[in-house]
Design a protein around this ligand. Structure first.
Ligand code: ATP
Length: 301
């Protein structure tokens, strides 16, 4: 069942088109990623979905609600993670949660939520005294305090150190496991790869592709590249006869073989049959970054 439907979304800022034509659906229980370089239109897209910005064209529905028509109904089903700077420096953790809970007729049990995001011992701490990771965890708790079916998390881990980033990823997975559908805006490949069930690659206000992380990589012929020095000469044409091999050539004295599936065992077995040992073997997996470059001609960062 789809919780979010976006069709041909269009949004301009005066004469600048921020979102040209974006369509996607998000199924209940998914972590759906919106991935793209700075300025691609990711934030504008989720702001239109969250009712924070009026769209200029297209259709948006969240649990059947049009954000442009009924913001009160939307607020009951969708929580947005606000940028941390939106909170006053001197508010305490518990006060922020209590305040946000007061906005909803049937809020979550916020002390329980505070414990769930690992901030129970920071209950009386001032917002300004929290670390970057703690501020982000508080912002996730605030997005969840209205017991939403959908949570929109925008650039959640930007500015966090690697450990805090990983802790935040675990929290996002726990939120998903509790039954909340998540829309995650990011420009971190690793984050999208690790967390998202499906990803929309957005570039210059348009969707370049939507697929699972593996599916996106597979679209570019995907898989892997092997690079090695053969211990003895052999006929490269032997390699291209293996179904897993897409391409084989020589670069700087190294044999470079790209392909998919069980490429590595298939190639090493064939080499062994011909008495060839692949010395200094390195295997590289194609990444989402490679997929983005191949699909848009541009790098994400
Ligand atoms: N309030 C605004 N007024 C005018 N132009 C804007 C406004 N907000 C965004 N833009 C422009 O619209 C385009 C899309 O911006 P948006 O913030 O949606 O992109 P983004 O993909 O979220 O980028 P980032 O990762 O940098 O946040 C950019 O060119 C941006 O400069």
């Amino acid at each position: 069942m789809n919780v979010i439907e976006v069709e041909n979304l269009h949004k301009r800022y005066e004469d600048h088109v921020a979102v040209d034509d974006v369509s996607f659906t998000v199924a209940a229980g998914e972590i759906f990623g919106i991935l793209g370089p700075n300025g691609a239109g990711k934030t504008t897209t989720v702001e239109c979905v969250s009712g924070l910005r009026a769209r200029d064209g297209g259709l948006v529905r969240v649990a059947g609600i049009d954000p442009a028509e009924d913001r009160d109904a939307l607020r009951r089903v969708l929580g947005v993670q606000l940028q941390s700077s939106a909170l006053p420096e001197k508010i305490k953790v518990w006060e922020a949660l209590d305040l946000y809970a007061s906005f909803y007729p049937d809020p979550a049990d916020w002390p329980e939520l505070m414990a769930r995001v690992g901030l129970a011992d920071k209950r009386n701490a001032l917002f300004a005294s929290l670390s970057g990771g703690q501020k982000q965890r508080l912002s996730v708790a605030l997005a969840l305090v209205g017991k939403p079916r959908v949570a929109v998390l925008d650039e959640l881990t930007t500015g966090l150190d690697p450990q805090s980033r990983r802790d935040t990823w675990e929290l996002v997975e726990q939120v998903r496991d509790s039954g909340v559908t998540i829309v995650l805006v990011t420009h971190f490949m690793e984050e999208a790869e690790r967390l998202c069930d499906r990803i929309a690659l957005i570039d210059t206000g348009r969707v370049a592709a939507i697929d699972t992380p593996d599916g996106l990589v597979a679209r570019i012929g995907g898989g892997q590249t092997m690079r090695f020095r053969p211990s003895a000469e052999f006929d490269l044409a032997l390699l291209t006869e293996i179904p897993e091999v897409a391409d084989a050539g020589v670069e700087d004295g190294h044999v470079v073989v790209s392909g998919t599936g069980d490429l590595v065992p298939a190639v090493t077995l064939l080499l062994a049959r011909h008495g060839v040992v692949p010395t200094g073997l390195r295997v590289e997996q194609a990444t989402l970054d490679d997929a983005f470059v191949a699909l848009t001609g541009r790098k994400i960062k």
